[in-house]
Design a protein around this ligand. Structure first.
Ligand code: ATP
Ligand code: MG
Length: 306
């Protein structure tokens, strides 16, 4: 028996594939259009605080029902806090994110996921996704101007909003130095470095000032300056002007600097959360997390090295 049913396209289908929109266009995931008719429980103006709980979640993908990918996962991502997910490849990090984004539903009796205490299955997926900002591991830009790329998640965005988002993502400086500035036409070519594309993707996520930000850090090698700028951009990205406090952040982390700043680190192993706590606490435990670091599965300096 399958433990789930698919709700839409998913996160992490293939490396860097995050955000394939339904019409097949590239770019980070774009929120669905409003569709309130079938979901009278939420009105467009409702916002979530971003308190996310997984409780005893078991999950298998429909294409491979005999392989249980998540095994009794319980995790509390508190409102306003940053939770870092770490673990070896295949441990279930992206799958957990797929479920939080409601790309798949957990079946009845197989655990639950709640947002601010409401079961995720009672929430309109389109409405929910509009509250979330998402940055994929290797964000792709579509052919268009940088401004259009940043405004992707907020079609009615003004130039002022685009620039504010770029500033928040530490992208304004390099964009302004391009001959055409925000009107520079980009595609997935060599015009921008991986680090610059990542910061444009962060700006794209921040333009909607989301209650929850979900990030998959790049694993590819970035030069130390790019790496440092992304770390600083992620630090800044925690603050929400609209909420007046820190937003909830869930990050699949590959850098020590990211996990050190997280309020909580959840270590995943073979579909389970096997350790939870702060960096110092988990180091003192000398268990899976400490082993990830000693085996250099996470970088021991501040540059990505997976
Ligand atoms: N769409 C899918 N259909 C079937 N199985 C899948 C699918 N996506 C992932 N899996 C399987 O689920 C398990 C967990 O994969 P997942 O992508 O969640 O791991 P991960 O921790 O994100 O790994 P990585 O660090 O490599 O991104 C793996 O065994 C993977 O093969
Ligand atoms: Mg993954």
């Amino acid at each position: 028996m399958s433990l789930c049913c698919p709700v839409g396209f998913q996160y992490g289908q293939s490396p860097g594939s995050f955000g394939i929109s339904r019409d097949g266009s590239v770019g980070d995931w774009k929120p669905d259009e409003p569709n309130q008719k079938e979901w009278p429980g939420q009105s467009e103006g409702d916002i979530i605080r971003g308190d996310i709980r997984l409780d005893g979640v078991n999950f298998s993908y429909p294409s491979n029902p005999s392989h249980q990918v998540l095994r009794g996962v319980s995790l509390h991502c508190r409102s306003g806090q940053t939770t870092a997910l770490v673990g070896l490849s295949g441990s279930g990090k992206s799958t957990l994110i797929n479920l939080v984004l409601r790309f798949y539903d957990v079946q009845e009796g197989m655990g639950s996921i709640t947002f601010d205490g409401s079961d995720i299955r009672s929430l309109n997926p389109s409405w929910l996704r509009r509250q979330l900002g998402i940055v994929g591991q290797e964000p792709r830009l579509f052919r268009g101007t940088i401004a259009e790329n940043i405004a992707w998640g907020l079609p009615a965005a003004t130039q002022e909003q685009v620039e504010a988002a770029a500033k928040a993502a530490l992208a304004d400086e390099f964009i302004s130095q391009l001959p055409e500035g925000y009107n520079t036409v980009v595609s997935d070519t060599k015009l921008l470095s991986g680090g610059q594309r990542q910061r444009i993707a962060i700006a794209r996520a921040l333009i909607r000032d989301p209650s929850v930000l979900i990030l998959d850090e790049p694993t590819s090698a970035l030069d130390p300056e790019s790496s440092m700028l992304i770390s600083r951009a992620l630090e800044q990205a925690r603050w929400s002007d609209r909420l007046g406090h820190q937003r909830t952040v869930i990050v699949i982390a590959h850098r020590l600097s990211t996990v050190e700043h997280a309020d909580k680190i959840a270590v995943m192993e073979a579909g389970r959360v096997v350790e939870e706590g702060g960096h110092n606490e988990l180091m003192a435990l000398n268990g899976c997390y400490a082993r990830l670091l000693t085996d250099q599965r996470l970088p021991t300096n501040h540059t990505p090295r997976i």
